[in-house]
Each structure stands twice: as structure tokens, then as C-alpha cells.
Ligand binder design. Structure first.
Ligand SMILES: C[S@@+](CC[C@H](N)C(=O)[O-])C[C@H]1O[C@@H](n2cnc3c(N)ncnc32)[C@H](O)[C@@H]1O
Length: 224
């Protein structure tokens, strides 16, 4: 019987984490998936439903403004943002994810590139009118999350919006009890995307449609 995709991805993740290479397993997984040897559990073949909800509610009009999609995987969220009229840059640490995004969306208007959230290109700093982060920070061990959160916020330009979608962790669950990946985000972690000039303007918590015991955050921030 084929291995459950979640179990298989945790096994691949554990090998990388044991080697102290917390992002290395993504390339192994996407590369195995591109050869039909694995399934990427989060690859929905469509934009994230909470991103779709936000687009329906907020009706963002890109009109040539710039957007950055963090940890873009195979590109479904980036395509939605590009279709809203944003000049969209979408990046991922996995070269195979980026190749797959390009081949999934051959007529894409988004620019796909390999980059590391923990060491992003200097020219991205404060350069984007919209930054979309879905499930990347929670895919990193808790010890790296504050650095990752800081890098997500650093890319939001003046007057820009940051949208974060993440699985939620109850405040009373201590770090050592979380057997990641993923390592879902507490309310305090969601608050830590703020800065004096980057305010949390909307926070929604809703259950996953496939597993109502999993709660998810949708947080929107605005930079002055
Ligand atoms: C759980 S997946 C989520 C993918 C996508 N955002 C989604 O919601 O379907 C996390 C993504 O982050 C990427 N990633 C992990 N570490 C990264 C890093 N340091 N820099 C950029 N991307 C990273 C992975 O390759 C993977 O595509």
C-alpha cells in the first residue's frame, strides 16, 4: 500500500531536520513528486480557500502595483494574485517547486524565482504593495520563526498590505509539545508580524473544512 502523503513528507522532513537543514526537505519532496514518487500534501491545485475568500471580500485591485508571494510552491496562490492585476513575484527555496510552477502555468504573468526567505534579495526590502505569506513560517522550526516573520514583514512597502494565512496553535500548547512540521502559529506569533508602522487590521480564525479540529488564522496588516 502506498505511504500516506503526510506520513511520507514527515519522514522526508525528519531526515533533513536531523541533518540541521530545516528547508532542505522541500526540494526532496517536490523533486520526488515531480517523478511521481511522492505527493505534496499541501498542493491543492487551486489557490488557498482563505486567500480566495480574502480576494472576494477585499476586492484588491493590483493595477500594476507589486506583490510578493512567499514560499509559493507550485504557484496557485501567485496566479490568483497576478490575476488581480499585481505585478507578482513568487519565490520558493525549492528549485523543483519553481520549475513546476512555471510548467503548471505556462502563460503566467507572475515571475517565479528561487530565493530563501531567511536571506532574501536586498532589493525586495520595503518594495511590495502586497505580501502574501501562506504556511511558510509554520513550515520552519519554532527557533527560526521569529527570523522568518521579520523577513516577511521587511518586504512590505509603505502603504502596503501583508496577508498571512497559517494554522493556529492554542496559546496554552507549549513549544516542546508541538511535533512539527508544521509548527502552527500562536496568537502571539500572529501579533509579532506587527511593528509600530505595521498594524494588524483584521484577524479571522476559522476551522479547516476538511478537519474542523484544525483552526486557521487569516491576518491582514497595513503599513503606514
Ligand atoms: C507548507 S508549504 C506551503 C506552500 C504554499 N505557500 C501553499 O500554501 O501551498 C511551505 C513552502 O515554503 C517553502 N519554503 C520552505 N522554507 C523556505 C525558505 N527558507 N525560503 C523560501 N521558501 C521556503 C517550501 O519549499 C514550500 O513550498
Amino acid at each position: 500500500m502506498a505511504e500516506d502523503p503526510d506520513v511520507a513528507s514527515r519522514r522526508i522532513a525528519k531526515e533533513s531536520l536531523d541533518r540541521d537543514d530545516p528547508s532542505g526537505w522541500f526540494e526532496h519532496l517536490y523533486s520526488a513528486a515531480s517523478e511521481g514518487q511522492a505527493v505534496v500534501p499541501w498542493d491543492r491545485g487551486t489557490a488557498h480557500p482563505m486567500l480566495l475568500e480574502w480576494v472576494e471580500e477585499a476586492q484588491p485591485e493590483g493595477n500594476g502595483k507589486t506583490a510578493l508571494v512567499v514560499g509559493a510552491g507550485t504557484g496557485w496562490d501567485a496566479e490568483l494574485i497576478a490575476d488581480c492585476g499585481y505585478v507578482t513575484t513568487a519565490f520558493d527555496i525549492s528549485p523543483t517547486a519553481i520549475e513546476t510552477a512555471r510548467s503548471n502555468h505556462p502563460d503566467s504573468k507572475a515571475h517565479y524565482q528561487v530565493a530563501d526567505l531567511l536571506a532574501p534579495p536586498a532589493e525586495w526590502r520595503h518594495a511590495f504593495d502586497l505580501v502574501v505569506e501562506i504556511y511558510t513560517v509554520q513550515a520552519l522550526p519554532i527557533a527560526l520563526q521569529s527570523q522568518a516573520i521579520k523577513q516577511v514583514t521587511e518586504q512590505v512597502g509603505p502603504g502596503g498590505t501583508l496577508l498571512v494565512i497559517a494554522a493556529a496553535r492554542p496559546d496554552d500548547v507549549p513549544d516542546e509539545d508541538v511535533q512539527g512540521p508544521p509548527w502552527p502559529l500562536t496568537r502571539a506569533a500572529i501579533q509579532s508580524f506587527t511593528a509600530p508602522d505595521l498594524r494588524l487590521i483584521q484577524l479571522v480564525q476559522s476551522p479547516s473544512p476538511t478537519d474542523p479540529t484544525i483552526l486557521r488564522w487569516r491576518a491582514e496588516y497595513l503599513r503606514d
